[in-house]
Design a protein around this ligand. Sequence first.
Ligand SMILES: [Zn+2]
Length: 311
Amino acid sequence: MNVHARLAAAVLILGSIAACSSEAERKGEPAAPTVSPQAAVASGAFPFHIGTLEAVALKDGDLALPNEAGQSPWPDPDAIRSTLRGAGQDGETIHLSVQPLLVKAGGRVVLIDTGAGGQMGTQNRLQASLEAAGTAPAQVTDILISHSHGDHVGGLIANGALVFPNAAIRMSAAEWADLQSQAPMADLVRTIRPKVETFTFGAEIVPGITPVALEGHTPGHSGFEIASGAERLLYIGDAMHSSVLSVQRPEWVNAWDSDSAAAIATRQGLLERGAAGEQRIYAGHFPFPGLGRFQRRDDGFVWVPEPAARP
Ligand SMILES: [Zn+2]
């Protein structure tokens, strides 16, 4: 496909193209097209800024869990149903999105988590979303892994080869040890091993991005604080899964957590500190694009997505 055909296809995919940049017009530069939030959500690539950093939420797919015993990580289908209905859902299915995050920081192109690679019934959309964001896999310089579950590392390889051939793959030492201990991950571990570098919590990995320990989900589970000037975004990994259940019922045991007490304490801490500080959050399993804040309501908390992020 030539450049013009690709552009035409991109326009079709993205739908409406809004007004030109007046700053670009003043400088006499070609105007960059601006995509409406709705069109960006539909394209699977939702661009936003953290201070001066460019970021893009990248849709990989959806998980739909039947609300039946043993089909979701929460134990009580009746309690799940009533909580979801209280949030305006039908309560029969638990919907989780899967959305890695792209950040351009200090000359680096950073991908945080890699989606499921089509596993677990997901749609394997990450590559199409990355293309919609204007980034090729070979341009990614750093991959940061929150933890070693399949819906976060599954996109690292395809057909036995690295999907992002030029990227260092960074995770905590405890998470790398955990990944190597999983027999079904042997092929993935062998393929990525030459690219893996471990990081230390609290030490900046690339300019503006610092891993933070969010304990309980897996042995070395990591969030990432992304900072530019006075602005901050906290990527919370799988400290929470559902924008309703994990936020309104943080005390519920989640069978996907390896240390339940620690995971519950992490959720409650994130909610309390997040609501008190109006912390901007990126949640990889909340409704796309997963941007918003926690807010106190009654004696608990609710998730408040950013206005532009609402479908
Ligand atoms: Zn996950």
